[in-house]
Design a protein around this ligand. Structure first.
Ligand SMILES: Nc1ncnc2c1ncn2[C@@H]1O[C@H](COP(=O)(O)OP(=O)(O)OP(=O)(O)O)[C@@H](O)[C@H]1O
Ligand SMILES: [Mg+2]
Length: 448
């Protein structure tokens, strides 16, 4: 087993001893320093994680964190805060701390924290293993309890060949989940092919999936290999599977039963070893109950994964923001306290994808390196009243519902109205009344 090395920094020697004892017992190797300055002279890359006090006489913990993070951005940095001050903690998370633990804590609590960090690390390392830096697959960010639990679920089922059905709200990371299932399985290195069942007409979807023989229909001038065949030994990702027509659902069911593909217009059945992973945005059980989705097909999916909505793990915001900023080449941009608070209070109906869009838009529109509340889109700021009156709780809820429907349908007003069960004219009136506005030109920020 790999040895895990932990560095502890605390000006209080007794605290150091306590931590050393607690962590040695769990089988970790532990070094301690009572001075942060001393620690800065050490090659820190040989450690797997760093636990640091926040109030120290020589350098304060935040400053220390910034210096460490600059030199060793990958090193997990856990802060030990004496007074659970949210301010300092948020600040620390913004500067790249992985997590924090409030003092005093029990040996069990610190061991659980270390264990959690190691699990996230392991998941992320697996994920990027062997990939050149510039073409790394997108990966999950976040070390909240909710997400760590979800990573565990992914890891647990990744290696089985069982078909997986991923459900979750729009923008939560369903595709990311499908890709990580593939990356963590023995199929890594084999094709991962994705197709959106809601985006193409039925006949085209069928020929894309199953392929066709030359002359199978008018216009079939040559043989075409379908995705199921092309994904041999790999994974096929069927996005928005609820949008598949009943006829095609039947064909897919047959494929999942016997693993055989017959091209359209062909006789020969070929066996292909492909793992099927599907995603559904709508409530698929409800679709099945209503007879719009075949329940026998639904039961072919032995494993179900439910991606948590973003509002249930908002602690991951600082890490997510940092990683997006870095990825897009804005490593020096910072989010002000007030702006961060707005990020934290907003409900994110469009989940992580919405966060991505909001950040993109904010970066494009604000010329400064510190993001202030006024740079953020209207919807993140407390609801403005149209007249002089303040919105009632009921109105606030309605406004939120409308905004959510608009976001989900990428501001397609007729589809949003349909979701809300009102007509377009009423919707338009309400949009005006609540001063809702699409925040960005759709070409720049529309999904995909
Ligand atoms: N935990 C996360 N860490 C990092 N990035 C994430 C996370 N969750 C989602 N994302 C990013 O958010 C965006 C949306 O994710 P993804 O496309 O996987 O969601 P989805 O559930 O398939 O959305 P949709 O229903 O809109 O198709 C992607 O750019 C993805 O990389
Ligand atoms: Mg998707």
């Amino acid at each position: 087993m790999k040895i895990v090395r932990i560095l502890v920094i605390d000006d209080d020697a007794v605290a150091c001893e306590f931590l050393q004892e607690a962590l040695l017992r769990a089988g970790y190797e532990v070094d301690t320093f009572t001075s942060a300055r001393e620690a800065l002279d050490v090659e820190l890359s040989r450690y797997d994680m760093l636990l640091s006090d926040i109030r120290m006489p020589d350098i304060d913990g935040l400053q220390f964190l910034r210096q460490v993070h600059e030199k060793w951005p990958q090193l997990p940095f856990i802060l030990m805060t004496a007074f659970g001050s949210l301010e300092t903690t948020m600040e620390a998370l913004r500067f790249g701390a992985w997590d924090y633990i409030s003092k005093p804590f029990s040996p069990e609590a610190i061991r659980a924290m270390v264990q959690k960090v190691l699990e996230v690390r392991e998941f992320q390392e697996h994920w990027i293993k062997g990939q050149p830096e510039d073409q790394q697959e997108p990966q999950f960010i976040g070390s909240s309890a909710v997400m760590v639990d979800f990573y565990k679920q992914i890891a647990r089922v990744a290696d089985a060949s069982a078909s997986v059905l991923i459900s979750g709200e729009s923008g939560t990371g369903k595709e990311l989940t499908a890709r990580s299932l593939h990356q963590l399985s023995a199929r890594r290195g084999k094709p991962f092919l994705a197709i959106n069942c809601g985006a193409i007409p039925e006949t085209l979807l069928e020929s894309e999936l199953f392929g066709y023989e030359k002359g199978a229909f008018t216009g079939a001038g040559h043989m075409h290999t379908g995705l199921l065949e092309a994904a041999q030994d790999g994974t096929i990702f069927l996005d928005e599977i609820t949008e598949m027509s009943p006829g095609l659902q039947g064909k897919l069911l047959r494929f999942m039963q016997n693993g055989e593909v017959r091209r359209i217009g062909g006789y020969e059945a070929r066996h292909v070893g492909v793992r099927v992973v599907a995603a559904a945005n709508r409530d698929i059980d409800e679709e099945a109950m209503a007879g719009r989705f075949r329940s026998d097909l639904l039961y072919r999916f032995v494993v179900r994964l439910q991606v948590p909505p973003f509002r249930t793990h908002k602690e991951d915001l600082p890490q997510l923001i940092e990683s997006f900023l870095k990825k897009w080449g804005y490593p020096t941009v910072r989010i002000s306290h007030e702006a961060m608070e707005l990020f934290m209070t907003y409900d994110w109906p469009g989940n992580v994808r919405e966060l991505e869009n909001v950040l993109r838009q904010t970066l494009l529109l604000s010329p400064f390196t510190v993001i202030l509340p006024e740079n953020l889109p209207e919807k993140l700021r407390p609801p403005r009243t149209a007249g002089a009156s303040v919105l009632s709780p009921l109105e606030t809820a309605e406004r939120q519902q409308i905004l959510q429907a608009l976001e989900i349908t990428t501001w397609n007003q007729s589809r949003a109205a349909q979701r809300l069960g009102i007509d377009r004219k009423t919707l338009r009136t309400k949009i005006q009344r609540y001063g809702l506005a699409k925040e960005a030109p759709s070409l720049l920020f529309s999904k995909k």
